[in-house]
Design a protein around this ligand. Structure first.
Ligand code: CA
Ligand code: CA
Ligand code: CA
Ligand code: CA
Length: 117
């Protein structure tokens, strides 16, 4: 039985993740590891809250409106027709000029998605 003497060099690197500094409770959560924490920890002045926590290119408020995760860069709003309005908010999701309500037969949210026989 030989003893292991060589150890892999440990390189400390800041990586984007749920919290870029998970071992430092004094630092606020900063999902994307940029200069701005997810939440403003000190009120007006000082640190400024990030308006795009996961740096996926969609503002947090947009992701909330579009029902996607604002701290998960792999979860982004769908935009079927690419008009900049996510499907959740787009009255004409596929951009064919016919409103969803006309194509689907009933407004979303009235009865929700239901099987009709
Ligand atoms: Ca950030
Ligand atoms: Ca985002
Ligand atoms: Ca996201
Ligand atoms: Ca759209």
């Amino acid at each position: 039985m030989g003893s292991v003497t060589a150890t892999a060099p440990v390189t400390a690197r800041a990586t984007a993740g749920p919290d870029s500094s998970p071992l430092d409770p004094l630092l606020p959560v900063n999902t994307d590891g940029d200069a701005y924490p997810d939440e403003d920890p000190d009120g007006p002045g000082g640190l400024i809250a990030d308006d795009d926590d996961d740096n996926d290119g969609f503002l947090d408020i947009t992701e909330i409106d579009c029902l996607t995760n604002s701290t998960d860069a792999t979860d982004m709003p769908n935009d079927l027709d690419g008009d900049g309005i996510c499907d959740a908010l787009d009255p004409d999701m596929d951009g064919d000029g016919i409103a969803n309500i006309a194509e689907l037969g009933e407004p979303l949210g009235s009865d929700g998605w239901q099987c009709r026989y």
